[in-house]
Write a protein that binds this ligand. Structure first.
Ligand SMILES: Cc1ncc(COP(=O)(O)O)c(C=O)c1O
Length: 399
């Protein structure tokens, strides 16, 4: 059969690694799994209890509002005020999405069409590179360097690439997709970088879509900035916020697009044709998570930070030099020199087969990713320590 849109997509890297993990597990092996950024920690208890209660009410079984119920939009506006001192009008500057991934994909549909281009960093979270293509547009990539290896500031590096891409683009891009703390490289930026980005977008009449999936995951006192903290950002920017990582609510599918009212209205209109919103008990529980488990993201941040420390300290001890990230829930590890020729897919496969350690091969995140593997910090400290012992035994060329 002939299909449209999906033919150019490379096989989804997570699916390939999942098959390898499943095979190893079927042989009775205990794979320590850093592969997928799927949080292992439980969602806030108050949200779980509220969901259980709300689901009992038949009124909540009906179609909900595709743009999100008013109190959910109010809760995210309150969170933005408290965290970033950003004012959002819950009626015009917020729309609920079925997670950030759905939000970003459909956002591209309203911003881009055939003949248009979008600037996207590479490597990136796969939907950032694929989303513009689903809308019929083309992607112009800008290299994202490993912040642990490049001596430049990651924001400066990205910005230099952005200017080159803009100057060389045959068709002037309509959209920039940015996302900091960045998946997979863990690159982090400060507010001055966001200011430069907003100035650039205002000057060239571009929409910036900032995917802020790791908004609450900064380490060692670093607080990731929202792009909307920049004055005038709402003239050209929208931001995606999600409960997936901040509240460990990955399966619940609750995200938001916030910022520029015209763009929010465009996505709201499209979504009113596509969906009836997230299941209403989930929306109600999400309100409770944000209003009553306010400090929950800080607790998660501390857990991820100590896992980061265990993994970084461990791999450095066995001779694999990896720099600690300032944010996100990932370690972007350059393949150690004696194994570099293998490339990331074979090296990841080797780690599963020889060390029972699953990572994501960098090649799955696009051009420029192949020299790295990505560890997601979703295993506890004991299992992370065990993983380091397994790696020491398997990576014999490091000794
Ligand atoms: C940059 C980025 N955006 C979005 C997502 C997915 O978010 P959601 O679960 O809200 O769709 C992820 C998950 O790994 C991510 O890394």
């Amino acid at each position: 059969m002939e299909f449209r849109r999906i033919n150019g997509l490379p096989p989804y890297v997570f699916a390939q690694m999942n098959a390898l993990k499943a095979e190893a597990r079927s042989k009775g092996r205990d794979v320590i799994d850093f592969g997928f950024g799927n949080p292992d920690l439980p969602s806030p208890g108050v949200a779980v209890a509220k969901l259980a209660e709300a689901v009992q009410n038949p009124k909540n079984h009906r179609y909900s509002a595709s743009r999100g119920i008013p109190n959910l939009r109010l809760a995210i506006a309150t969170r933005y005020k408290n965290l970033f001192d950003v004012d959002l009008d819950p009626d015009t500057e917020v729309v609920t999405t079925i997670g950030a991934k759905e939000g970003l994909t459909h956002l591209m549909w309203v911003l881009l069409g055939p003949g248009d281009t979008a600037i996207v960093p590479s490597p990136s979270y796969p939907i950032h590179l694929a989303g513009p293509g689903f809308a019929g547009a083309k992607v112009i990539t800008v290299p994202m360097h490993d912040p642990g290896v490049s001596t430049n500031d990651p924001g400066d590096d990205f910005f230099d690439g952005l200017v080159v891409a803009w100057n060389e683009a045959p068709v002037k891009p309509r959209v920039i997709i940015a996302s900091f703390p960045h998946n997979p490289t863990s690159a982090c930026v400060d507010l001055a970088f966001m200011q430069r980005l907003v100035d650039f977008a205002l000057e060239h009449d571009i929409v910036i879509c900032h995917d802020f999936a790791y908004a609450d995951l900064g380490f060692d006192g670093y607080k990731p900035p929202s792009i909307l903290q920049v004055p005038r950002a709402k003239e050209c920017c929208v931001e995606l916020y999600t409960l997936t990582k901040s509240f460990s609510m990955a399966g619940w599918r609750v995200g938001f697009l916030v910022g520029n009212a015209e763009v929010v209205a465009a996505l709201t209109k499209l979504k009113s044709y596509l969906d009836y919103g997230t299941f209403q008990p989930v929306q109600i529980a999400a309100i409770v998570a944000m209003n009553e488990a306010v400090d929950y993201p800080d607790q998660l941040q501390r857990i991820y930070q100590s896992r980061r420390d265990v993994l970084i300290e461990g791999v450095n001890r066995i001779g694999w030099a990896v720099a600690p990230p300032r944010g996100s829930m990932f370690i972007w590890a350059p393949i150690p020199e004696p194994y570099r020729e293998m490339g990331s897919l074979d090296f990841s496969r080797y780690l599963i087969e020889e060390a029972d350690v699953a990572t994501s091969p960098g090649v799955g995140f696009g051009e420029g990713g192949d020299g790295h593997v990505r560890f997601a910090l979703i295993e506890n400290e004991l299992r992370t320590q065990q993983a380091v012992r397994n790696l020491r035994k398997a990576l014999v060329k490091l000794q």
